[in-house]
Design a protein around this ligand. Structure first.
Ligand code: NAD
Ligand code: MG
Length: 391
């Protein structure tokens, strides 16, 4: 039996992972399940899968979780220290599906005990890619990409030499506002930004898809995970979301990965790697689909992309600053303090302020410095947001 833990089990990726596990429960022993605040979902899943421990991030919810799990045999725990403790419990495969930089520390802990880390939490790679991959190497553990584009690139590279790669193209649907006139974007509401044309995902990543901050994170994720230079990575808008990525080789050949927009493919690939198993995802009927479109991204519409190239050039802790500023700007938008287009303006101004600080950006990449860069990125963005007059 494989020992499995899922961090962020109550979210979109976590639930899709449990859907797959639930189809062959006899094959898995569930060690830890964690959630942010949804006690009912966490407790129900912990009971269904007889988890060893269930952890809720919000400490105030511990009594509620305890009550819900009473008599079940699953331990109840809460808070950051409990999350880290759960990640240190021996497991063979750990899904990292917490949203945001909060996913980094449990991921590092899981690698330290040698688990294979299935990484949906792209923010860990953006914030501290080198630290994460160095930790994996040090402990002989493996990180497998779960983001659909990165799983696609990973699959296109099986049996290939990374030195023969000329370019990597990740696709983007263009998000909720692809066809909106620019003048209308400034007034876009949270509700409008929270619906995605093709994928059903958590709210934060859905809004990040509309602004393309999600694609910006994925550019950096590609750079960090595969070690290809920023000049080799491109974004292509592909409204159908059926081609997830393409890898171009030195001989001019392009390997594309196609599949239905269903995260259970990438999750299942990482779950069964290196073998392929039958997965409950829709099979594409290309004759019925008929047409696939590709469009160059409009830099003016999606300023987040340019910011990602800036971060890739800068390197060091600039990713931690970028991700933290992006998250603070996203909070500002969700809370109605800034407009949709002001998110990129805030992040750009934070980069203008902090990237020239060599002492910060080029400090050694350890957890303390990552926290420092994250804090500065977040507090600088929050300060800017307080000074903005939303018009
Ligand atoms: P989600 O919001 O649906 O779920 C996030 C999970 O993390 C929930 O369990 C939530 O309770 C938990 N959580 C939130 N904040 C937390 C905190 N501070 N501490 C501990 N737990 C916390 O998000 P999602 O869409 O499932 O995305 C999860 C991750 O996977 C993100 O990094 C996202 O970018 C990535 N991802 C998601 C998709 C997708 O299709 N949903 C695709 C690719 C990558
Ligand atoms: Mg993706």
């Amino acid at each position: 039996m494989r020992r499995i833990s899922i961090f962020g089990a109550t979210g979109s990726i976590g639930q899709s992972t449990l859907d797959l596990i639930g189809r062959a429960p006899e094959a898995y022993e569930v060690v830890a399940l964690t959630g942010g605040a949804n006690v009912a979902q966490l407790a129900a899943d912990a009971k269904r899968f007889s988890a060893q421990v269930a952890v809720i991030a919000d400490e105030a919810l511990l009594p509620e979780l305890r009550a819900a799990l009473e008599g079940s045999g699953t331990e109840a725990a809460a808070g950051q220290a409990a999350l880290i403790e759960a990640a240190a419990r021996p497991a063979d495969w750990v899904m990292s599906a917490i949203v945001g930089a909060a996913g980094l520390e449990p991921g590092l802990k899981a690698l330290e005990q040698g688990a294979t880390l299935a990484l949906a939490n792209k923010e860990s790679l953006v914030t501290a890619g080198k630290l994460l991959l160095k930790t994996a190497e040090q402990y002989g553990a493996q990180v497998l990409p779960v983001d659909s584009e990165h799983s696609a690139v990973f699959q296109a590279l099986v049996g290939e030499d990374i030195a023969a790669v000329e370019r990597v193209i990740i696709t983007a649907s263009g998000g909720a506002f692809r066809d909106w006139p620019m003048e209308k974007l400034a007034k876009a509401t949270v509700a409008e930004a929270s619906s995605h044309p093709n994928w059903d995902m958590g709210q934060r990543i859905t809004i990040d898809s509309a602004s393309m901050f999600n694609k910006a994170l994925e550019l950096i994720e590609t750079h960090e995970y595969f070690g290809v230079s920023s000049e080799q990575i491109e974004v292509l808008v592909h409204p159908q979301s059926l081609v997830h990525a393409l890898v171009g080789f030195q001989d001019g050949g392009l390997m594309a990965h196609l599949g239905a927009p269903d995260m259970r493919h990438a999750i299942g690939y990482a779950l069964h790697y290196p073998t392929r198993e039958k997965l409950p995802v829709e099979r594409l009927d290309l004759a019925r689909i008929g047409q696939l479109d590709f469009i160059a991204p409009d830099a003016a519409r999606y300023p987040a992309l340019e910011l990602a190239y800036r971060v890739m050039h800068e390197g060091g802790l600039s990713g931690a600053v970028f991700n933290a500023a992006k998250d603070a700007a996203l909070d500002g938008f969700i809370e109605g303090k800034i407009g949709f287009l002001q998110m990129a303006e805030v992040v750009e101004r934070v980069l203008d302020l902090l990237l020239p600080d060599d002492g910060l950006i080029n400090a050694p990449m350890n957890l303390d410095n990552v926290r420092r860069a994250t804090h500065l990125g977040q507090s600088s963005a929050e300060r800017l947001i307080r000074g903005i007059d939303k018009t």
